[in-house]
Ligand binder design. Sequence first.
Ligand code: AKB
Length: 318
Amino acid sequence: MSDTRILVIGACGQVGTELVENLALRFGNQNVIASDIRDEASFDVEYIKLDVLDREKVRDVVVSNQITEVYHLAALLSATAEKHPEFGWKLNMDGLFSVLDLAKEGLLKKVFWPSSIAVFGPTTPRENTPQRTVIEPTTVYGISKFAGERWCEYYHNRYGVDVRSIRYPGLIGYKSLPGGGTTDYAVDIFHQALKSGTYECFLNADTSLPMMYMSDAVKATIDIMQVPTEQIKNRSSYNISAMSFNPAEVTEEIRKHHPNFTISYAPDERQKIAESWPASIDDEEARQDWGWNHEYDLPKMVNDMLHNLEKLHFSNSN
Ligand code: AKB
């Protein structure tokens, strides 16, 4: 029987919904609790309404459920945080401290917290961005993620907290929708391709960004938490990478399955954010330290997305 007891905070988001499913398969439904700020949510595991900013309640949930590991996913993403900079900073930073402090007290054995490619900025080398390089983020989200990375390393060095982190690229999955990110177009485009056969993209045709299929992102998240602690040599956050593409390239790939699909471009304020981020990422350290390896490239991801969304659309229309 597993003695790992997991709490996922921010479980209703794009990563959370799939992560909970996978953690439950691995550790048993009874050992995983999903939490978020919604009153109710439908999971196969216990769900608790929880605001990560309510430190007392987070503490209560951890203690009363003998939680050993927290996956803390709650955050405002890049585009939403630009609309609410103060709250973006508050949620992204105070939420992290709420969890790190419980680990510092010895109430948690391990913490997972995601950072993002948003830590990089316009002065960072854009191609094959190294693990260690110029980091001057220009969004609130990027600043909060970069500060969070420094605090994770600090809590590890100073208090021995076993915190592990990866820098998510744009994430693409069919089971849930993203909310408030700059990379969201790469999910919307599939839904519109099937619904209306046409898509108006909020980024320009040639804006390349690092992307990853959700099953690879979930695998990375669970894998980094399983390896022995001495293998995690980087306690801020690891670069991870799978594929890079721009809106025109993913459109071409979708057209191989749906030749009549059309796209138009109407870049908005997210264009500037995207231009400040890397086009591709060097993730050699993650591959060497804890064996990170991706499975999905662009053609395989597009094929799987369309196949699964078509099944869903078909079953919904019956
Ligand atoms: C966003 O677009 O804000 C996120 C991210 C890259 O962290 N998907």
